[in-house]
Design a protein around this ligand. Structure first.
Ligand SMILES: [Zn+2]
Length: 391
């Protein structure tokens, strides 16, 4: 994830260490209505003159609504069915952007938190799920409107400047000591994935205006993090991870396409598969858990949401073309927390081409002709996506 420079990373780490853990609230007493969750803390930190971050800690899943009001400028956050913990320390604290915080319980168990601003600021908010260290959180970032945050050029923008080829990173799943799924006839996921990727690479490089790079070109172990790194180093515009699935029921079959989810997997199966695919890094002994909250949330800041949207559209176009040559397990793009899809500015999808645990699909996947068809379908999907995006 090279768009976050090392300096910036260190800076953020430092900020998080100094993160002023001040909890303050003045205002109305909490109403002990049927509130299903509690606001247990408010943490405020200032990472720069023009940026203040307010993190709300909550005991459960919640929904929030944020809006701004003028004269005097303030940001209003409504939390549904929430009460404020009495334990929250009441003190006042200011940053260069905010002059205070207050809260009041509203009708229907709603908790309204008002952030009073020193001057006009642009708020952005997002929710974070529990991650082992912290529970449910709402993050509100305030940016001064007169000073815009340093713009970060996406690969797409860099490419447009240089008018070079459209670079597709192909990521054959697993490799080396990590075979991935293994079929009844001994077909290994890592081999099938590499074979399809190589066919696709040849195909792409023959097409004017396109270039393919592989995150591994041999039966080698590459950590998930390094796969993304390699793709970014090649200034890839999109990232396609190729896999084949397995399941304990041999009758389960069909292809699926995944995009990254930031808010939990879209289905139980998606969660399960993500866990399995992510575990290959544990085999390599490198934990991909970069669970630094601040980093995670900065990644979100960098319009990860837009990248995911693009990934979903790309996935949908690819799925449509795969559907012409293979059976589909899911007709919609699934979302899960795949580590390999986490580049913030590179639309990324993971394709489970078929189930190796299904005997007929294993047979098909071994077949070079079918591999070629699959490769062609994925590339056609990509081209369709680019055409749609231009029009
Ligand atoms: Zn896999």
């Amino acid at each position: 994830m090279g768009s976050i420079s090392t300096a910036r990373r260190l800076f953020l780490k430092r900020v998080s260490r100094y993160g002023l853990s001040l909890a303050l609230l003045t205002g109305a007493k909490p109403v002990f209505a049927k509130s299903t969750r509690t606001l247990t803390g408010i943490r405020i930190s200032q990472s720069a003159e023009d940026h203040t971050r307010v993190v709300f800690d909550l005991t459960g899943d919640f929904e929030h609504n944020l809006f701004t009001l003028a004269d005097p400028p303030r940001v209003v956050v409504d939390l549904n069915d929430t009460r404020r913990s009495n334990a929250i320390d009441i003190s006042t604290r200011q940053t260069s952007l905010m002059s205070g915080i207050r809260s009041a319980s509203k009708n229907g168990g709603r908790l309204r938190v008002v952030i009073d601003l020193q001057s006009k600021a642009r708020p952005r908010s997002f929710e974070l799920k529990p991650d082992g260290k912290s529970g449910h959180r709402l993050v509100v970032d305030l940016h001064a409107t007169n000073l815009s945050p340093t713009p970060i050029k996406t690969n797409q923008e860099k490419r447009n400047q240089r008018k070079q080829k459209f670079v597709i990173a192909l990521d054959p799943g697993h490799g080396g000591r990590d075979p991935g799924a293994i079929g009844k006839r001994g077909t290994r996921e890592k081999d099938v994935a590499l074979s399809v990727a190589k066919k696709m690479k040849t195909m792409i490089n023959r097409e004017p205006g396109y270039r393919a790079v592989l995150t591994r070109d041999a039966d080698r172990f590459v950590s998930l993090r390094n796969r993304v790194k390699k793709a970014r180093a090649a200034e890839a515009d999109i990232f396609i991870s190729l896999h084949a699935d397995s399941f304990h029921k041999p009758n389960v079959k069909g292809a699926s396409v995944y995009a990254l989810s930031l808010r939990g997997a879209s289905s139980e199966a998606a969660r399960w598969i993500a866990k399995k695919e992510n575990s290959s890094d544990l085999i390599g002994g490198i934990s991909l858990d970069d669970k630094d909250d601040l980093i995670a949330s900065v990644l979100l800041d960098l319009s990860q949401t837009a990248t995911i949207q693009d990934s979903l559209e790309l996935g949908s176009d690819v799925l449509g073309h795969i559907g012409k040559v293979s059976r589909l397990n899911n007709k919609k793009v699934q979302q899960a927390g795949f580590a390999v899809l986490k580049a913030p500015d590179m639309p990324s999808i993971l394709i489970e081409t078929a189930f190796l645990s299904n005997p007929s699909e294993e047979k098909k996947l071994r077949n070079p002709k079918h591999q070629h068809k699959l490769a062609k379908a994925v590339f056609s999907g990509i081209k369709k996506h680019l055409k749609n995006r231009q029009s």
